[in-house]
Write a protein that binds this ligand. Structure first.
Ligand code: PEP
Ligand code: MG
Length: 554
C-alpha cells in the first residue's frame, strides 16, 4: 500500500479500480517552409471548428453550462487566434509549435497575476492545449472497459468529465486548480476529486490497482491493505446512508432555521429541491435581460408561474438588479465613472418604468399559483421604498379591475446592502414584511472596497466588526418589530460562519446548492450554551481576526 497526500477540490470518499489516462507527447516539427504555411493555417481552421463543435458541454443548469463553456470563449478570442496565425505566417512555426508558444505565453502572464482565480485559468488553457495536441496527433482515446472507476489523469478537462461522468467514482489529477472549470464541474456533479502533484502517472500507467480516495482527509491510498479497506468500507456505508434533510432544521436549542437557495434559473431550483432546500431565498432575475429584446410580460409570467407551481415552499423573487457588475444587453446603460455608486438596482427603475411594470405584473400574476414574495435590491432611502410600494399598489388595482388573480397579501421585502439602509433600518423596517442581507454588496459599501478587485481581498472582510455590528443591528431591530431576516450574500454560504450567523439571529440562510445540506447539518449541531459569552463580546471585537479567533477557540 502507498499513501499520498494532496488537496481536495470536491469532497467525498471513493473506493474502486484506478484507471490512468496518460497521454504521450509525440515529437512534432518546430519549423515549416514557406510552401507549407497555407496548409498549416488550414489545419488550424479545421482544428478550431472541430473543437468548437465538439467541446460544448451541455448540462441542465444553464448558468453552469455557460461557465463550463468558458473554454469555448477562451478559444474564440481573436488575440489567441491571431497570435497563433502570425507565428505560422511570420515566424514559420509549425501549428503545434505555434500553439505551444502562444499558450505558454498566456500562462506565463496569468501566473504573474495576484488573483488565485485568474491564476487558475492557467489550468483551463492547459487542458485546451492538451486537447488540441491530442486532436492534431490523432491520439486515440484509450478504451476503458471498467464500468466504474477512479480516474488518474494529468490535466482534467470538462470534456473528459462529461465523457465519463456516469462512471466516475472519483478523480485524481496531478495538475490543476481549485477554481478551474473542470474543478467546478466535478464539484457540481459531486464527484470526489483531489489534486496530487507527487504522483508519477507514467509509473502507474500500466499497473492494475485499486485505490481509496479520501477527499475529506486529503489522502490517496494505492493498493490499500485489508485493514484500510475494511475501515473505509464502513465509512462508505455510513456516508451512503446519509440522510437528506428535506425539512426545516433546528438547533439543539430548538431554534428553527430555514436553509433556502440562491438561484438564477428554474433548472437550478429543480436541483435545489432535490437537495432538500426549504425554498428560494434569492431568485436573481437578471438573466431575463441578457438579450437585445425586452422580455414580454407573458414570457416572464410563465417562468415565475412554473417556479411557483413547483413547490409550496416560499420563493423570493428579487426584481431585476441591473448595473455595475451585472451587465445587460437590453438595458444599455451609459458608461459611468463609478458604476457601483451609480445607476444600479432600484436606481434604474424610474428610467425603465415600462420594463418595471411588466416585471411586477408578471410576478404578481404568478403569485396566484404559489408562495411568491417580492424583494427589491439596492435600497438606500425611505422614499425609494414608498415609491416602489405605490407602484405595486397601482398594479394590484389594475389587476383587480382586469379580474386577474394574484396574491393580495404577497409579502414585500428589501435587500439590505447599503450602509444607509442599515442605519435607517429602524425607520425602513415599518414598511417591509422581511429583509435579506446582501453581504456581497454590504461589505463592499461598508468597507469602501470593490468586491471584484483582487487587491482588496484582505480589506474585503465579512468578519470585520463594522459588518458584524451592521448585521446585529438589522436583526435586532427586525426582531423587535416582529420581522424575519434572511441572508443571501455569499457569507451565508460560508460553512465556518454558520455559528456566528445563528448567534447574530439570522432566521434564514439562502445559499448555493453545494453547501445546502452541510449548512443544515451544522445548524443541527449548534448549541447556544457553547457561546454564552458571545453577547458580552459582540461590541468588544476590534478586528475581523478577533472574531475568527473567538470561534477558533470554541
Ligand atoms: C449581495 O449583494 O449580497 C447579493 C446577494 O446580491 P448580488 O450578489 O446579486 O449583488
Ligand atoms: Mg447585491
Amino acid at each position: 500500500m502507498k499513501v499520498y497526500e494532496g488537496f481536495s477540490v470536491s469532497d467525498g470518499i471513493a473506493y474502486g479500480k484506478a484507471i490512468t489516462l496518460c497521454y504521450e507527447r509525440k515529437f512534432v516539427r518546430d519549423e515549416i517552409s514557406d510552401d507549407e504555411k497555407e496548409n498549416e493555417i488550414a489545419r488550424f481552421e479545421s482544428l478550431l471548428s472541430s473543437y468548437l463543435e465538439s467541446e460544448r458541454v451541455k448540462v441542465v443548469d444553464k448558468k453552469l453550462e455557460s461557465l463550463l463553456n468558458v473554454h469555448i470563449e477562451l478559444i474564440d478570442d481573436p488575440y489567441l487566434k491571431n497570435t497563433i496565425k502570425s507565428k505560422i505566417l511570420e515566424e514559420n512555426k509549425s501549428l503545434e509549435k505555434a500553439i505551444e508558444e502562444t499558450f505558454n505565453q498566456i500562462c506565463f502572464e496569468l501566473n504573474n497575476l495576484e488573483s488565485d482565480y485568474m491564476r487558475d485559468r492557467i489550468y483551463d488553457y492547459i487542458s485546451i492545449q492538451e486537447e488540441f495536441i491530442r486532436t492534431l496527433t490523432s491520439a486515440k482515446d484509450v478504451e476503458i472497459t471498467e464500468n466504474k472507476f477512479i480516474l488518474f489523469i494529468e490535466n482534467l478537462s470538462p470534456k473528459i468529465i462529461d465523457k465519463y461522468k456516469n462512471r466516475l467514482l472519483g478523480i485524481v489529477s496531478t495538475n490543476g486548480g481549485k477554481t478551474s472549470h473542470a474543478s467546478l464541474y466535478a464539484k457540481n456533479l459531486q464527484i470526489p476529486y483531489m489534486i496530487c502533484d507527487s504522483l508519477d502517472l507514467k509509473e502507474l500507467k500500466d499497473e492494475n490497482f485499486d485505490c481509496i480516495l479520501d477527499c475529506d482527509s486529503e489522502k490517496i491510498f494505492l493498493s490499500p491493505n485489508e485493514d484500510t479497506i475494511s475501515c473505509y468500507k464502513n465509512l462508505l456505508k455510513s456516508s451512503q446512508k446519509e440522510f437528506l434533510d428535506t425539512n426545516i432544521v433546528r438547533t439543539r436549542n430548538n431554534r428553527y432555521i430555514r436553509v433556502c437557495s440562491n438561484i438564477s434559473s428554474f433548472e437550478e431550483f429543480e436541483v435545489s429541491l432535490k437537495n432538500g432546500t426549504d425554498g428560494c431565498g434569492l431568485f436573481r432575475t437578471e438573466f431575463l435581460y441578457m438579450s437585445d429584446d425586452s422580455p414580454t410580460e407573458e414570457y416572464q409570467f410563465e417562468i415565475f408561474k412554473k417556479l411557483a407551481e413547483s413547490t409550496d415552499k416560499p420563493i423570493i423573487i428579487r426584481t431585476f438588479d441591473i448595473g455595475a457588475d451585472k451587465k445587460s444587453k437590453f438595458f444599455r446603460l451609459d458608461e459611468e465613472k463609478n458604476p457601483f455608486l451609480g445607476l444600479r438596482g432600484f436606481r434604474i427603475y424610474k428610467e425603465f418604468h415600462k420594463e418595471l411594470r411588466k416585471h411586477l405584473r408578471a410576478i404578481l400574476r404568478a403569485s396566484a399559483f404559489g408562495n411568491l414574495k417580492i424583494m427589491i435590491p439596492m435600497i438606500t432611502t425611505l422614499e425609494e421604498i414608498l415609491w416602489i410600494k405605490n407602484e405595486i399598489l397601482k398594479i394590484k388595482d389594475e389587476l383587480k379591475e382586469e379580474r386577474v388573480d394574484f396574491d393580495e397579501d404577497i409579502e414585500f421585502g428589501i435587500m439590505i446592502e447599503t450602509p444607509a439602509s442599515v442605519f435607517l433600518f429602524d425607520i425602513l423596517v415599518k414598511e417591509v414584511d422581511f429583509v435579506s442581507i446582501g453581504t456581497n454588496d454590504l461589505v463592499q459599501y461598508m468597507l469602501a472596497c470593490d468586491r471584484e478587485n483582487s487587491k482588496m481581498q484582505l480589506l474585503y472582510d465579512c468578519y470585520d466588526p463594522s459588518v458584524i455590528r451592521s448585521i446585529h443591528r438589522v436583526v435586532d431591530i427586525a426582531h423587535r418589530n416582529g420581522k424575519r431576516v434572511s441572508m443571501c450574500g455569499n457569507f451565508a454560504s460560508e460553512l465556518d460562519a454558520v455559528e456566528l450567523l445563528i448567534l447574530l439571529g439570522i432566521d434564514e440562510f439562502s445559499v448555493t446548492n453545494d453547501v445546502l445540506q452541510k449548512i443544515k447539518k451544522r445548524i443541527k449541531l449548534f448549541d447556544q450554551n457553547n457561546y454564552l459569552d458571545f453577547f458580552e463580546n459582540i461590541n468588544k471585537f476590534k478586528t475581523g481576526r478577533s472574531v475568527l479567533y473567538y470561534f477558533d477557540n470554541k
